[in-house]
Design a protein around this ligand. Structure first.
Ligand code: MN
Length: 251
């Protein structure tokens, strides 16, 4: 029996959405723009709380069609073998303990993953890569990757590998994007390939050539989806991949 038969062929993809922990550790939350972008692309988003339990992860992943890794605080540098560089590094340990194992489990199942901002960084660390902890200190450049403009405004260009899924979905090999990060991928994890860069060489996109759909971006397409066709196409491509994955995966 296929999952689609079990699900009665309903049209929506169920996408798990990772969450941030509040500073006092008392709440989990996600920006609504991620949920709006998913629903506009035909998905039913399911908020995943930061609970580190293997049995829960398996139960969620058994039922989900894809996972969206959202933005948020910095990944603890200890998870890639480094000490905290300076006071700009703000971590969310509760989230790290729940999200990184979830990423590894979803990866092992070859589930569709879209990873945004912290998400691309968490994906890279979960699979064995490392990060620049603070771009202004460790890789200074003329580009302000932490833009002052509001979230729907683009502030720098990226160059996209023409043979990548990101270029195919975006319909272009150069794109204007927004930028709200002070960290970025340093050493790429095994299994991931860089597919987009800012003009200063900072990695702005990755993919996993061996998986059906694993795309990470360092910018925030969820905040551009109202105004930028390329941002909408990325969510639509992700949701289409999640639906295709569901119909192909035996229960
Ligand atoms: Mn950037």
């Amino acid at each position: 029996m296929t999952r689609s038969a079990a699900c009665g062929g309903r049209g929506m993809a169920f996408i798990g959405v990772t969450a941030a922990t509040s500073e006092d550790g008392a709440a989990c939350s996600v920006r609504i723009s991620y949920l709006r972008a998913l629903t506009a692309a035909g998905a039913a988003p399911i908020l995943l709380p930061n609970l580190d339990e293997a049995e829960l992860r398996a139960a969620w992943l058994d039922r989900l069609d894809g996972v969206l890794l959202t933005g948020g605080a910095d990944v603890d540098p200890a998870l890639y073998g480094e000490e905290v560089l300076n006071g700009t590094v703000k971590t969310d340990g509760v989230r790290d303990r729940a999200e990184l194992p979830l990423i590894r489990d979803a990866w092992a199942r070859r589930m569709p993953i879209l990873a945004i901002c912290r998400g691309i960084q968490a994906l890279n660390v979960a699979l064995g890569g490392s990060l620049y902890q603070d771009l202004p200190s460790q890789k200074p450049s003329a580009i302000a990757h932490r833009q002052a403009q509001e979230r729907c405004v683009c502030s720098h260009a990226i160059r996209i590998r023409t043979d990548s899924r990101l270029a195919q979905l975006s319909g272009t090999s150069t794109l204007q994007v927004n930028s709200f990060h002070h960290q970025a991928i340093r050493r790429l994890a095994p299994g991931l390939q860089a597919v987009a860069w800012a003009e200063d060489g900072v990695i702005e996109g990755v993919e996993a050539p061996a998986s059906p759909f694993v795309v990470g971006v360092q910018y925030h397409p969820e905040d551009l989806a109202d105004t930028q066709r390329e941002a909408r196409s990325l969510f639509e491509g992700f949701v289409a991949a999640a639906k295709a994955w569901r119909t192909q995966t035996p229960m």
